[in-house]
Design a protein around this ligand. Structure first.
Ligand SMILES: *Cc1c(COP(=O)(O)O)cnc(C)c1O
Length: 448
């Protein structure tokens, strides 16, 4: 154990970890990053095929983003964002307004995804209270949802691993049984369904629509649930029913934004706009904490009045609109602006999915390979025909993770779902390497 590992374990309580696991798998001390690679202090190389928790969009130490942040730091590192503003934030919002789904035009900054969700929930509630609907105090969200880990965002979520323990201190959320395409209870597939599963949403809206402020949704892809992918039709149906009941459609694009699903935003697959959208993660290319909710003129206008009417949105985070973060985000959007990165990623996505299907589907425990954009997931099961899950206590995904680390690939499966969510710039040779390595590890842990 080197001295840095020793000191790390002395002081640091790592996120989303059982610290006792670090007895057998020490923290890896990363010294530098370059493109999709990370290098540790011992000189080992790792392919960051999960984009460092899905946020690194264009590679580590991207020269253009580095330069933009360096330039910004020499003129302004931070300034209070109430009553003060700065060019990087203004430029960023102007650029975003041109690429976001139509209608989204007012930007409110926070500094992490969960906070953006919380702020968006508050704004939705307040909008309804100020437009004659104070009875709209509830929120709806889908089964298996993930919206972050602060109390409000955690309440909206439905992944047992994160929420179960905290139920006694969470808000009541109206839970809609969402799409479950791999184990579709209607016996349909993503390609041939009419979103029959939407019937539960209809039921809940009928019952609770009048008292609901907003429904939160991860469009197209429920990431933390195990990269569950569902058809765009579901979002179109949501748009219609939200209009009918005057419920805000609140899009959590924190994981899906900026080309992750093959389009700039996941809502672009559906061709409809949400009323509120939350962004973070890829926004700064994984450089700086930055998040925002974006909303319509209509919602904004309900807050615009004389101060003494008390209609302002009195919500703030100290680091809102941080100029360094905005500078990084501007550089990201500049890199994406001519469309070539997305185009290349879309082409590569076809190749990536093809080799993953070829390599993994023959394995006896590969229940499904699903993909959207460059995101690919392999759901491991005990039995392919019944789709019975593996015994979670065996921690199969974790065993595979540990083996892959030794071979230079960062996988970090979600339970027993192995997935790839690489930076958009990944090249074919790396796709070959990470899939070969992951398959090798899978076969070591679950021999045929
Ligand atoms: C990561 C994530 C969040 C939470 O963002 P944090 O910055 O980790 O608080 C919320 N929703 C989705 C879909 C996410 O992937």
């Amino acid at each position: 154990m080197n001295e840095w590992v020793e000191k790390d374990l002395k002081y640091i309580w790592h996120p989303c970890s059982q610290m006792k696991d670090y007895e057998t798998l020490s923290p890896i001390v990363i010294e530098r990053g370059e493109g999709i690679y990370l290098f540790d202090t011992e000189g080992n190389r790792y392919v960051d095929v999960i984009s460092s928790w899905w946020c690194n969009l264009l590679g580590h130490c991207n020269p253009k983003i580095n330069a933009a942040v360096k330039k910004q730091i020499d003129s302004l590192e931070h300034v209070i964002f109430a009553n003060f503003t700065h060019k990087p934030a203004i430029t960023l919002c102007e650029k975003l307004s041109k690429i976001l789904p139509v209608g989204l035009c007012k930007f409110n900054f926070t500094d992490n995804g969960s906070s953006a969700i919380e702020a968006a929930m508050k704004v939705s509630f307040q909008y309804h209270a100020q437009t004659g609907n104070p009875q709209k105090t509830k929120f709806m969200a889908l089964s298996d949802a993930y919206h972050g880990e602060t109390i409000g965002a955690l309440s909206a979520g439905d992944c047992d691993l994160y929420t179960k323990l905290y139920k006694p201190i969470l808000m009541d959320i109206i839970r809609i049984k969402g799409p479950d395409c791999f184990r579709c209870p209607y016996g349909k597939t993503r390609e041939n369904c009419n979103c029959e599963c939407f019937e539960d949403a209809e039921k809940q809206f009928e019952k609770y629509g009048e008292e609901t402020a907003a429904i939160l949704v991860e469009p197209m892809l429920q990431g933390s649930a195990g990269m569950k992918i569902y058809p765009a039709l579901y979002l179109k149906k949501l748009r219609r029913i939200c209009d009918k009941y005057n419920v805000h459609l609140l899009a959590d694009e924190i994981a899906t934004g900026f080309g992750r699903t093959g389009k700039m935003f996941a809502f672009d697959h559906a061709g409809v706009s949400p009323d509120i959208m939350c962004l973070s993660k890829g926004l700064t290319g994984g450089y700086m904490p930055c998040a925002m909710f974006v909303t319509t003129q209509k919602i904004y206008d309900a807050f615009y009045s004389d101060y003494n009417e008390g209609k302002s949105f009195m919500h703030s985070h100290t680091y809102s609109g941080n100029p360094l973060a905005c500078a990084a985000a501007n550089a990201v959007l500049d890199i994406l602006s001519d469309g070539s990165v997305l185009k290349q990623a879309q082409e590569n996505a076809i190749y990536f999915n093809k080799i993953i299907k070829e390599k993994f589907l023959p394995h006896k425990n590969a229940g499904e390979v699903r993909s959207i954009g460059l995101i690919n997931a392999i759901e491991l099961v005990k039995d392919k025909t019944t789709k019975e899950p593996l015994d979670g206590k065996l921690r199969t995904g974790y065993q595979i993770y540990k083996k892959a680390l030794k071979k230079g690939v960062i996988l970090r499966p979600l339970g027993d779902v192995i997935y790839f969510n690489p930076p958009l710039i990944i090249e074919k040779k790396d796709m070959d390497f990470v899939t070969d390595t992951a398959l090798e590890c899978l076969k070591e842990v679950l021999p045929e």
